[in-house]
Design a protein around this ligand. Structure first.
Ligand SMILES: [Zn+2]
Ligand SMILES: [Zn+2]
Length: 228
């Protein structure tokens, strides 16, 4: 499908908006229970995501970076620049978001050395962060084919000159090979009244070729337009 550059930028904006929206949900998962410590069979303590400082910063940072990508998406008219800047920014945001539950999961929770199990919050955090990756990767990976609108109007200064078929001239032929005949009527030529095509060097009676060019505008031999 061919689309205009405005449509491509519009699509980037939508994808950045989706990423920022999921990013907001991702930040909210910090309020949920990420780990449940079981002190004894009855007493449990819930650890929310925001309690882990690193995760708090990474999740909020990821959300902010995706918000920046959203702002960037309305600032560009050049598709290639927009694609890489918006794509890279959303991707960084999504990676920060993934790093947040991963850091808690593999660094903080094992260090607690507390009996327990992962809470729903950390799964929601993973899920939302992975969901942020999808539009980010889409921005970078989507092939862009931009419609090239052919120029049909009057030429503007500095535009490449339009291609005009090279015109040829009729010249008076001074040297006529013995036995040469007219390219139109196949009769013998007279040195006084012989014309020659500047392109194909075919010889004609002046009267024959003038009549022909008046009717057709081209050399009967090489078909090029003749200047009159
Ligand atoms: Zn002739
Ligand atoms: Zn010719």
């Amino acid at each position: 499908m061919e689309v205009s550059s405005q449509a491509v930028i519009g699509r980037f904006f939508k994808l950045a908006l989706i990423t920022a929206g999921i990013g907001a949900v991702h930040i909210l998962t910090l309020l949920m229970s990420w780990y449940i410590v079981i002190s004894d069979t009855i007493t449990t303590t819930s650890i929310e995501g925001y309690v882990i400082a690193e995760s708090l910063y990474m999740s909020i940072g990821g959300g902010i970076v995706c918000g920046v990508a959203l702002l960037l998406s309305s600032k560009f008219s050049n598709i290639t620049t927009a694609r890489w800047l918006i794509g890279a920014t959303t991707l960084v945001g999504a990676l920060l978001a993934i790093a947040s539950p991963a850091y808690a999961h593999f660094m903080i929770i094992p260090a607690l050395q507390a009996e327990g199990h992962l809470g729903i919050g950390i799964f929601m955090s993973y899920l939302s962060a992975i969901a942020m990756m999808v539009p980010a990767v889409t921005i970078i990976a989507t092939p862009i084919r931009v419609e090239v609108i052919p120029h049909t109007g009057p030429y503007y200064p500095g535009a490449p000159a339009p291609i005009v078929e090279e015109a040829v001239e009729l010249t008076h032929a001074t040297e006529i090979p013995p036995g040469a005949i007219c390219g139109i009527c196949y009769q013998e030529l007279d040195p006084e009244t012989t014309s020659m095509c500047s392109n194909c060097q075919t010889l004609f009676h002046k009267g024959c070729i003038d009549l022909w060019v008046n009717l057709n505008g081209t050399c009967p031999s090489c078909k090029k337009p003749v200047l009159r």
